[in-house]
Design a protein around this ligand. Structure first.
Ligand SMILES: [Zn+2]
Length: 437
């Protein structure tokens, strides 16, 4: 029985999909104006693992993640780089795709761009105004927070306490300081015609509208980084409740943050590490292994030392598997039979809100067994079991062993049997170069 921690109720709940065997999932995607750093990679990896696991247990998952391609930060960066916003967002959208694939994640089923939904957003905002849930002023359109009786339910904030600790623009156009912008009137940068003047939609409205248009109903899972709970997710949810009279999602899942040497990763501290730089010296799957070795809700305290530990860990897994893979190839065995009892243990852990840290213990135990085992059949079965688990976590190494390399290996074995040590030595060097022994 799958249990998921739901931020909305702050407890692990038995998961029940709205439609049988089908899951609709939306994860807030990137604002495309800069390189992907290690913290950004965490939800990219976790929600991919989530989709793989849900698919493994029999669901069809429709995973949607948006691209925010209109934003103040995009306008500023485009000015700084003297290029159009369109050019800038195209560069960083491609970069996002590249880095997602680099860290072993498949792209979501759909990645809608906010700019492609602007007419829907205008229509939606118009409906909010008609219903009295939003109001137009000279500076733009604002959402009337007080109309939503349980506002604050997701982020557990008391509406009357929101004055403090929250960045509230003292905007004279707002009826209430907690109201948020759903449309901003501006002609600075990319802007669109609307009944309220030239401008662009608010970020919280973009996600609410894309959900509304794409799914047309309450979805199963809405996810993102834990920093998005408030105000972004709270405001997405408030608009959906007001506009469509249903909740946005049944389960809200939030991924913990990634700190560097106990500090929050930030530009001002100069401790930003980008995925594109890390993968120059580190196998991206070793980085992914580090990520999945931590529980998705817990913060990760990243450091170079920690990364090096996982480089070694991953290398160990890769080398052990490669030896078995080679033997399987030599013996013409294509598959083994996974060990059912281990897969049952694995499922139990994953069903318990995705306890991947304990799954790591299973993996390490299997690697130890594999290295000790002499029986080729048992080794093949352990390999198969690991292959199932590592594929779901997205950290299964890919092995390519050419027929030439296999022949070299066979010749090496024969040379040793024939006690032709000189030849065996030459062949051994070749195999070492190929990383086969
Ligand atoms: Zn969003």
């Amino acid at each position: 029985m799958l249990k998921i921690y739901n931020t909305l109720t702050q407890q692990k709940e038995v998961f029940k999909s709205i439609h049988p065997n089908h899951i609709n999932m939306y994860v807030c995607g990137p604002t495309v104006y800069g390189d992907i750093h290690l913290g950004n990679a965490r939800p990219i990896i976790f929600f991919d693992v989530l989709k793989r696991y849900l698919t493994h247990i029999g669901y069809t998952v429709n995973y949607v993640s948006n691209i925010t391609d209109v934003d103040d930060k995009i306008i500023d960066k485009a000015k700084e780089l003297k290029m159009s916003e369109l050019e800038l967002t195209q560069i960083y959208t491609d970069h996002y795709f590249d880095m997602s694939k680099k860290v072993g994640s498949q792209l979501p089923n759909l990645m809608p761009k906010a700019t492609e939904y602007v007419s829907d957003m205008i229509h939606y905002i118009d409906e909010l105004i008609q219903n009295g849930d939003a109001y137009a002023k000279d500076s733009g359109v604002y959402f009337r927070v007080r109309n939503v009786s349980d506002y604050g339910i997701l982020s557990k904030q008391n509406i009357d306490e929101l004055n403090e600790g929250v960045r509230i623009t003292l905007d004279q156009d707002k009826e209430d300081p907690r109201d948020f912008s759903v449309w901003k009137n501006t002609t600075d940068g990319l802007s669109f015609d609307s009944p309220w003047g030239k401008g662009r939609p608010g970020w919280h409205t973009e996600c609410a509208v894309m959900n509304h248009i794409i799914f047309k109903e309450e979805i199963d899972i809405h996810g993102g980084g834990s920093d998005l709970k408030f105000p972004h997710h709270e405001n997405e949810m408030a608009q959906t409740v007001a506009h469509s009279n249903h909740h946005l999602a049944r389960y809200w899942m939030h991924v913990g943050r990634l700190d560097v040497n106990q500090e929050k990763m930030s530009k001002s501290l100069g401790n930003m590490t980008f995925v594109k730089d890390l993968v120059k010296s580190v196998d991206p799957l070793a980085f992914r292994l580090l990520m999945v070795s931590h529980h998705y809700r817990q913060p990760i305290n990243y450091s170079d030392d920690l990364m090096q530990q996982f480089v070694k860990e991953y290398d160990k897994i890769e080398r052990s598997l490669k030896k078995v893979f080679l033997t399987m190839k030599l013996n013409g065995v294509s598959r083994g039979k996974p060990l059912d009892d281990i897969l049952i243990q694995f499922n139990k852990l994953m069903e318990d809100d995705f306890n991947t840290p304990n799954v790591m213990t299973i993996i390490q135990d299997l690697i130890k067994q594999l290295n000790k085992e002499k029986d080729e059949l048992i080794k093949t079965n352990i390999y198969e079991t690991l292959s199932v688990i590592l594929h779901i976590l997205g950290v299964m190494p890919e092995f390519h062993i050419s027929d030439d390399a296999l022949n070299t290996y066979r010749k090496w074995e024969q040379a040793r049997l024939d006690k032709d040590y000189q030849k065996a030595d030459e062949l051994r060097k070749m195999l070492l170069d190929e990383g086969l022994i």
